[in-house]
Unconditional design. Structure first.
Lengths: 274, 114
């Protein structure tokens, strides 16, 4: 009798792709996306660990190969397996998935800076006519040194329900669908006690009508940058009180100096008036 | 307006206001005009020193420190000429210099026109 454990191991081994004839060997499965399965592999020639994605067509590899950006996982190599499926080898990203990273990152400013770094490769891809279509925390890795890598490019058009723009269901997709997904990611990054201006940014990014959204990740990121710098946010009409608070946040040193002067002056006046 | 002139203007404006506060002290109220002129001059010089420093060094803490020291030394000079009121003149004077130093550092330098 073969035990269940042995059977499970045999089944796993049988599912591993046949990479004979390539410079790669498969170690284990490390992920599964909508388009294919990702394995941890070893590059025998260069003696390094890589991530190998096996999928039905080579579109994703071609898309990725055309996007050279520090925020997009670089493709090392691509080819066809004996069973006709395609594979490509890419940099093995070490770090945490965005959702796991956000869980252990307490400061809102740190979370927002990571969010801005996500916008950069997406904007870069848009400039080259590539729309991601399936941006979500599980497709974004944050490396050991805070570097952000956006993965899983080349999705055919069907995104993930929680992050998918309304028009995406009808198949009408442009860069603004990614802006919608980024808005949803921003909502997660901003946490539960989300400040008003940031809430307005999320609301504009996730407007049902694409024309009402930020028209690009650059615009969205610029508003987040404005929020971080205590500057006016285009998505938010602030009250006088909010404006005063923002002025105070931006000019803490000046206010402290003026307050010190006034207190000093008052003391001097009282001292001389004795 | 560049860093230098901005700090001079801020120093002079604060000097005017600082001088005007002497109105609250009946003992020196009669000399208000002279105090305002002297205080304005003192603030402008402190601002000039802080503005010059801001053009050379880009550091808010150091800018505040330089303005503070400049204001303090100038106020000491004024107090020494008065033969008194050291505390009353030097403390606010140093803070006027510190604010002018901050203003100089925070001011964006005007871009050279092509």
């Amino acid at each position: 009798m073969i035990s269940d454990k042995v059977l499970a191991r045999l089944k796993t081994a049988a599912e591993l792709p046949d990479l004979r004839g390539t410079r790669y060997s498969v170690i284990e499965q490390i992920g599964r996306g909508g388009m294919g399965v990702v394995y941890l592999g070893e590059d025998a020639e260069l003696g390094r660990r890589v991530a190998i994605k096996v999928l039905d067509d080579a579109r994703e590899a071609r898309v990725l190969a055309g996007l050279e950006h520090p925020g997009i996982v670089p493709v090392h190599d691509a080819g066809v397996l004996p069973d006709g499926r395609c594979y490509y080898a890419m940099k093995l990203v070490r770090g945490a998935r965005l959702d796991a990273f956000l869980e252990k990152t307490a400061h809102l400013q740190d979370r927002l800076r990571i969010f801005q770094r996500i916008c950069e490769p997406v904007a870069f891809a848009h400039a080259r006519g590539v729309v991601h279509r399936d941006l979500k925390p599980s497709n974004i890795m944050v490396g050991e040194f805070g570097e952000v890598l956006v993965m899983d490019w080349g999705a055919p058009g069907v995104g993930t329900p929680d992050f998918m723009a309304p028009e995406q269901a009808a198949g009408e997709v442009d860069g603004r669908a990614d802006v919608f997904a980024l808005g949803k990611i921003l909502e997660i990054a901003a946490g539960e006690s989300i400040p008003k201006p940031l809430r307005s940014i999320c609301r504009r990014a996730t407007e049902t009508d694409p024309a009402q959204r930020y028209q690009s990740p650059v615009e969205l990121s610029a508003d987040v940058a404005a929020y971080l710098d205590h500057m006016p946010v285009s998505a938010h009409r602030e009250s006088v009180g909010e404006r005063l608070v923002r002025f105070g946040s931006r000019n803490r040193t000046l206010l402290a100096l003026v307050a010190a002067y006034l207190i000093m002056r008052l003391i001097v006046i009282l001292w001389l008036g004795r | 307006m560049g860093k230098f002139w901005f700090a001079v203007v801020v120093g002079a404006a604060l000097g005017v206001l600082d001088g005007l506060t002497s109105w609250f002290t009946p003992a020196v109220r009669a000399q208000l005009a002279g105090i305002v002129v002297g205080s304005t001059f003192k603030g402008a010089i402190a601002g000039a020193i802080a503005g010059w420093f801001a053009k050379k060094v880009n550091s808010v803490p150091l800018g505040i420190l330089v303005g503070l020291v400049a204001g303090l030394l100038l106020a000491y000079g004024v107090a020494a000429m008065q033969h008194g009121y050291y505390f009353e003149i030097m403390l606010p004077g140093s803070l006027v210099g510190a604010i002018a130093g901050y203003a100089g550092q925070k001011r964006q330098e005007a871009k050279a026109s092509s």
